[in-house]
Ligand binder design. Sequence first.
Ligand code: CAA
Length: 261
Amino acid sequence: MADTLKYETIQVRTEGRVGVITLDRPKALNALNTQLMTEVVDAATALDADQAVGAIVITGSDRAFAAGADIKEMSEKSFSDVQSERFFGDWDRLAGLSTPTIAAVNGFALGGGCELAMLCDLIIAGDTAKFGQPEITLGVIPGIGGSQRLTRAVGKAKAMDLILTGRQMKVDEAERLGLVSRVVPAEQTLSTALEVAAEIAGKSSIAASLAKEAVNRAFESGLTEGVRTERSLFYSTFATDDQTEGMAAFVEKRKPTFTHR
Ligand code: CAA
């Protein structure tokens, strides 16, 4: 379990088999500075390694999931700084987690905030959520995968519209475009995300991580390679106790008890 005492910009807890990371820089609308990135990645990696955790929820505050990368921190940097530091590079590690991740989004999810939400496997959004990639208004472009993941999520026409104008998109549009999985009243965002996370964490964690890998492959490869990968991941589920148990439970008309092995 992540050692929450060592973090200053996030809070970490577990509820049953669900790990919860709450971004906690309220004065800066949870702007993603380097310390916060390091802490989120560290906590998420620790939760991912914990066999007792079957899903991870990342959330912010009512006002902001995150209003983007920290502009005050970035404004001091030169080309050679960002190049040599591999600035933002550690965020990529979230994409490599095998545990399913859910972003529970209320308020602003802008720039790096939208990109962090898109790094998660599902986005559950409150009706106050606003998404956007406003980097162009600062003279830069998305840098945590936004130009790639947003385009894959909503298509070229809308991605160009959002990234070239920097406009904010309300949640009904985000849902229509398929960016978010579910929209709920803002006061129910976290509780809904926790329910969905608990539902996922109650399934076989091995099957969940393989299913996640298979869906992500659809994002990253062509159809033939994706189907081939899915088939071999499917075959590998037959090496697990959870496959034996899941199918036996169906045949015996009882609920399965998964051991995540
Ligand atoms: N970085 C640093 N500080 C930020 C911030 C950010 N991204 N967003 C908000 N803040 C700070 C503000 O500076 C302000 O701090 P002070 O009180 O010390 O001045 C505080 O949070 C509250 O913000 P506002 O007073 O601006 O609140 P508002 O309700 O009037 O406006 C907002 C809210 C529309 C989100 C506005 O804050 C805003 O436009 N923020 C910047 C959004 C943005 O451009 N994000 C993209 C960043 S670039 C990026 O993310 C690059 C990338 O690809 C990774």
